[in-house]
Each structure stands twice: as structure tokens, then as C-alpha cells.
Design a protein around this ligand. Structure first.
Ligand SMILES: [Zn+2]
Length: 193
């Protein structure tokens, strides 16, 4: 009787599927970091809004995280306009403010449940505004690692059951008839006779 090693070596009889994808663990855990960073910045954005822009000549690209929303701005200045946009890029912390694409004077203007979209041409430029609540991009990058952890746990549980190991601590329950794990005391409801 011994403890089944669930961390390092592949125990005899372990399913291939369980071990096959373990190399994905590290990159997936890393992919949770942007979601955590977004959450921290979103909380901060109610006090200090962050903006980033990467403008081409007469072509504005900007993202502002303000009051928990990502606001994306695009603007293409017409050739005959009396002003020009300089190509530059940068970051600035600013006062939070709310953008309402639904209230813009552009041809398409829509706003619902924190989402918003507006696009159209005014006298000097074509403009597009997209507003997305912070949690949507955070969920897109954050759900794969969370799903991965849940899937790995299910795989581990399935393997330990197949090997007659305690699903809580990995201790081998071969020949155990007491109904409780001798190592951690957990009830072994799935114990095979
Ligand atoms: Zn146990």
C-alpha cells in the first residue's frame, strides 16, 4: 500500500489522456495574468482612467479604460479637413469620464447594458466608437485557465477512481473495506469492492 504520486511521475496504469496535455498548464496559468491585470485596472479606472493611443497620420486609434469600460475610438480625418492628426503613440492617466455612443450624432448610434457602438461621418472625419464592459475581455482571456483547472481536476478524479485511489489525497485504497480513507479520513463512497 502506498500513496499514488499525483504530481511528478506517471503512476502505472494512469490514463494517457490525463498526462498528455500537462505541458499546457504553465502557458494557461500565464494566460490568467492579463485577466487579473484587467480586473485591477478596471477597479482603478473608477478613480484614474488609463488611455493608450497609437495614431497614424490623420488616423486615430485610442483605447480608454474608464469607469469599468473599455472605450475604443477610431477616427479617419478627411483629406480636406482644416486640421491634421499627428502619428504618435503613448499612454496617459486621466480623469474617468463616461462615453455614450448612443447619444452621439453619428449615423449609427446604439447603447445597451454597458455595451455601445457608434459609427458615421461628420463634416471632417469618419468616426467609430466601441464601448465594452471590462469583464468581457477579462472573461475571454480568463475562462480558458479556469476551465483548464476544472478539467484537470476532473481528469485526476477519474484516474484515481480507476486506480482505486482516494480522490482527495491520492492514497491507494486497494483492499480497503472500511469505507474511509486511512490517510485523510475522507469517506470513500466510490470504493470498489
Ligand atoms: Zn484520502
Amino acid at each position: 500500500m502506498g500513496k499514488i504520486d499525483t504530481t511528478n511521475s506517471r503512476p502505472p496504469g494512469a490514463s494517457n489522456r490525463d498526462m498528455k496535455y500537462r505541458w499546457l498548464t504553465f502557458p494557461l496559468i500565464l494566460s490568467a495574468l492579463p485577466a487579473i491585470a484587467m480586473t485591477i485596472l478596471a477597479i482603478r479606472s473608477y478613480r484614474i482612467a488609463d488611455s493608450a493611443w497609437w495614431n497614424l497620420k490623420d488616423d486615430v486609434h485610442a483605447v480608454v479604460l474608464s469607469n469599468g469600460k473599455f472605450e475604443m475610438y477610431f477616427q479617419k480625418v478627411k483629406p480636406g479637413a482644416p486640421f491634421h492628426i499627428i502619428a504618435d503613440r503613448g499612454h496617459r492617466a486621466q480623469e474617468p469620464s463616461d462615453t455614450h455612443p448612443g447619444q452621439s450624432q453619428l449615423a449609427t448610434a446604439w447603447e445597451h447594458l454597458g455595451f455601445g457602438y457608434a459609427a458615421g461621418t461628420d463634416q471632417y472625419a469618419f468616426k467609430r466608437i466601441i464601448v465594452v464592459p471590462w469583464w468581457l475581455p477579462a472573461a475571454i482571456v480568463g475562462l480558458p485557465p479556469v476551465g483548464w483547472v476544472i478539467w484537470r481536476r476532473k481528469q485526476r478524479t477519474a484516474r484515481l477512481r480507476a486506480e482505486n485511489g482516494c480522490i482527495y489525497c491520492g492514497y491507494s485504497l486497494r483492499g480497503n473495506t472500511s469505507g474511509a480513507c486511512p490517510e485523510c479520513g475522507s469517506p470513500c463512497g466510490m470504493l470498489r469492492a
